[in-house]
Design a protein around this ligand. Structure first.
Ligand SMILES: [Zn+2]
Length: 366
């Protein structure tokens, strides 16, 4: 390795970049070449311009350097309509018809084939968490763990999974078998968390009957993600959606990591207060990214409340917010452009890096 290559390696090391040997060759082979460099595998969050001219390396450092270690989408799905009831399909398609999704997504749960979805994720992310669904009680739908498992096996470096469970039966009794199901998903399948959908199951997240499940998650050291946010499904009652109920659970289980999906819409400020009071809570911004002004104002609130370091990037794709790269790019540049144009304070490079992945990496231990 030549002198300049060693110098470059030193620079990469300083910036926490791990270039492949082929990349290093590219950087040093041209007599005059400029490159944008970034800290993540997917490149270029905040950037320096590197020019190599006749063996002389010149660095032009722009904004504060990015320390982004990974880009993580903490909330995506895979679907097969054979696992879903007609009622749920109709409810989802009616909802999507009101959203800026493509027309295929308004008729099909998987608007693109599985392989194309995987390519979309691979092109934009370092990690993606595939979220399971269980809304058997009201909507007769459950996505089986085996189906998630087959998908994550297609790219184990990229894909992680949370099992979806519903802890109460039709008579509002706790389903003991849920404890074994969760344990199996973690110990046998390597799943990393649990998803509950109280609003679609018509139960309160702070129902004490659920506490054995929370204790199990604590024992297994896994987080629980809650759909405590609005829903347009006809039988999903909004009284079960308000994230305020999680305050009691967070106080009773201060060590249990719990997430609020979809920024708890429309209760973004409630989410911020909850996160301020409870260090064990986090938020994902899945689905609502198609409303950029609302998300930007929510992020401004999170900054004011001092909880921005527990807000995670997420899309809820593939039915909405696809391609993922477009929404990653919005976080990188579009967010601050929107803030500037609206006369709002902008976010620092570190805050954007946190949102795109570093917060999830730290909090979830990815
Ligand atoms: Zn979702």
């Amino acid at each position: 390795m030549g002198f300049w290559e060693q110098m470059l390696l030193g620079f990469f090391h300083f910036r926490r970049i791990s270039p492949q040997p082929a990349q290093l060759k590219l950087y040093t082979s041209s007599p005059l070449r400029s490159h944008w460099l970034g800290g993540s595998k997917k490149g270029a969050s905040s950037l320096s311009l590197l020019a190599i001219h006749k063996g002389i390396t010149v660095l032009f450092t722009g904004n504060s350097p990015s320390t982004l270690t990974m880009i993580v989408d903490t909330h995506v799905h895979i679907w097969d309509e054979k696992y879903c009831s007609r009622e749920m399909l109709d409810a989802i398609f009616a909802h999507r018809a009101t959203l800026p999704t493509d027309s295929t997504a308004q008729r099909r749960l998987m608007p693109i084939p599985m392989e194309a979805w995987l390519e979309d994720l691979r092109g934009a992310l370092d990690k993606a968490i595939v979220i399971g669904i269980d809304i058997t009680r009201v909507f007769g739908t459950r996505i089986p763990d085996q189906f998630l498992l087959e998908f994550i096996k297609m790219d184990p470096d990229l894909l992680l999974a949370y099992t979806g469970v519903e802890p109460l039966d039709e008579n509002n009794n706790f389903k003991e078998e849920v404890l074994d199901e969760v344990e199996k998903s973690v110990n046998e399948y390597g799943f990393k968390g649990v998803k509950l959908m109280p609003v679609h199951g018509n139960y309160y997240a702070n129902n004490k009957k659920l506490y054995p499940l929370y204790e199990k998650c604590l024992d297994l050291r896994i987080p629980i993600l809650f759909h405590l946010a609005g829903s347009s499904f006809p039988k999903a009652m909004l009284k079960y959606a308000d994230p305020i109920v999680l305050d009691e659970v967070a106080v009773d289980f201060p060590e249990l990591r719990m997430g609020l999906a979809h920024f708890g819409y429309p209760w973004a400020e409630t989410c911020c207060v909850l996160l301020q009071r409870n260090r064990n809570l986090f938020v994902d911004i899945s689905e609502v990214l198609y409303r950029p002004r609302w998300v930007a104002s929510g992020l401004q609130l999170a900054k004011e409340y001092g909880v921005l370091d527990r807000i995670f990037f997420a899309t809820d794709g593939p039915g909405v917010c696809r391609p993922v790269e477009k929404y990653v790019e919005w976080c990188r540049t579009g967010l601050n452009e929107l803030c500037k144009n609206s006369g709002l304070p902008t976010f620092t490079q570190g805050e954007i890096d946190g949102l795109l992945g570093d917060n999830a990496v730290k909090f979830l231990g990815l």
